[in-house]
Ligand binder design. Structure first.
Ligand code: FAD
Ligand code: EPU
Length: 341
């Protein structure tokens, strides 16, 4: 069958950045999105459940996957430009960071703060990737997907995607949609966002006083490389926990007791707290249990020092959640999707 490749009992070890040794009953790598209906019809007969997977940089496998992992390996970028802005349709299998660098090279603005985030374009809307004060949602006009429930191609506009902090319709209805392309609307000019977490200071160190988007991108690359462990060196999935959003009373009580706790006020009166600070203050930063650990560079990052299994990593994550709950009364939530058997 053309347009895709099927592998039985496929190893997922090199397909997740936490480097967990899990397997899928079947893995389908798709190079032609128009073949999805035919493939899914075939799979429905063979195996019930389907898991879309990109580069595996935001998943934790706690067991083998008893179904079909669908990897969108489609490529392609289509641009409609009107001079001041462009509508850009990007195939799900394109690498996110390559796309960001391409937009900067073409003179488009907006994605500079989101440089160096691992993963595919198709996965970017799933958790509404964000960094350095920006979220991808701001630039997503619509998402094209295969709706496995209705068995048809759907175009979901921005509002329907229901984006939130590390959240979207896709995250709330796991397995329903297989994203085939994302349509972005990017301007040539827009105000730069440089006031977040050290960007201005880094631009000053670079000697830049009138920054262009590519200067901001260079500053963000510098900050990210310094702060976050590289999955090519040590297995990890970036932040393993979301920054918790708590009500004003709890935030105020915690701030009174711990004035150094970083907290960001939200539009609805609640506060987003720094999970990294809470985890570090609860004594977990740098902890290692066997090969499962909490990074000594950044307390939000769960790391695999070598041969940690999914259940071992998940047990350590749960220990951290229980410790933070006990010390601060705050419930942490994992950011990656935890996939069991
Ligand atoms: P995967 O991990 O393969 O999948 C993630 C989820 O998306 C799964 O639920 C999967 O089923 C679903 N999915 C994947 N592809 C599709 C598709 N085509 N259709 C439907 N569903 C799909 N994230 C941030 O937001 N900000 C950061 O700053 C950031 N920094 C990171 C740094 C490091 C070092 C690492 C390892 C990760 C970081 N992440 C960050 C997390 C990760 O990069 C993003 O979540 C990214 O979008 C995941 O892409 P992926 O292709 O690897 O998706
Ligand atoms: N901090 C600690 N201990 C640490 C690390 C950080 O106390 O070990 C404190 C810092 O002092 C700072 C605060 O935590 O005051 C925030 O740290 P940072 O700027 O690193 O941001 P973060 O909130 O930890 C979030 C995202 C990252 C994103 C960065 C930059 C979440 C869950 N994480 O991290 O996203 O890159 O901001 O914008 O929202 C990801 O989602 O995988 C990810 C890496």
């Amino acid at each position: 069958m053309g347009g895709y490749t099927l592998i039985e009992h496929a190893s997922l070890a090199s397909r997740n950045t936490l480097r967990v040794d899990a397997r899928a009953r079947l893995l389908a790598e798709i190079r032609d999105a128009s073949k999805l209906p035919e493939l899914l019809e075939f799979l429905a007969i063979r195996n019930g459940c389907v898991l879309p997977l990109g580069e595996g940089s935001n998943v934790l496998f706690t067991g083998d996957f008893d179904g079909t992992v669908v990897v969108m390996a489609t490529r392609g970028v289509q641009v409609e430009s009107d001079g001041d802005s462009a509508r850009i349709a990007v195939a799900a299998g394109e690498r996110w960071d390559d796309f960001v660098r391409w937009t900067l090279g073409q003179g488009y603005a907006g994605l500079e703060n989101l440089i160096l985030i691992p993963g595919t374009v198709g996965a970017a809307p799933i958790q509404n990737i964000g960094a350095y004060g920006c979220e991808v949602a701001e630039f997503v006009e619509s998402v094209e997907a295969w709706d496995t429930r209705e068995q048809r191609v759907v175009i979901l506009d921005h509002a329907t995607c229901a984006f939130g902090y590390r959240d979207s319709l896709f995250k709330r209805e796991p397995g329903r949609y297989i994203v085939t392309a994302v349509r972005f609307l990017l301007p040539r000019n827009r105000p730069l966002r440089t006031d977040y977490a050290g960007i201005d200071e880094q631009l000053a160190r670079m000697g830049v006083d009138k920054p262009a988007p590519f200067h901001v991108a260079e500053a963000v690359v510098h900050l990210r490389t310094k702060k976050l462990p590289d999955p090519a060196v040590i297995g990890n999935a970036g932040s393993f926990f979301k920054n918790p959003i708590v009500d004003a009373a709890l935030a105020e009580a915690l701030k009174r007791e711990h004035p150094e706790l970083a907290a960001w006020p939200q539009a609805d009166g609640r506060s987003k707290l720094s999970a990294a600070w809470l985890i570090e203050a609860a004594g977990f930063k740098g902890l290692r249990e066997g090969d499962a650990g909490i990074s000594n560079r950044h307390a939000l990052v769960l790391v695999n020092h070598g041969n940690a299994t999914g259940p071992q990593l998940w047990a350590l994550a749960q220990k951290v959640m229980a410790g933070v709950r006990k010390k601060f009364g705050v419930q942490l939530e994992p950011e990656p999707v935890v996939i069991g058997s």
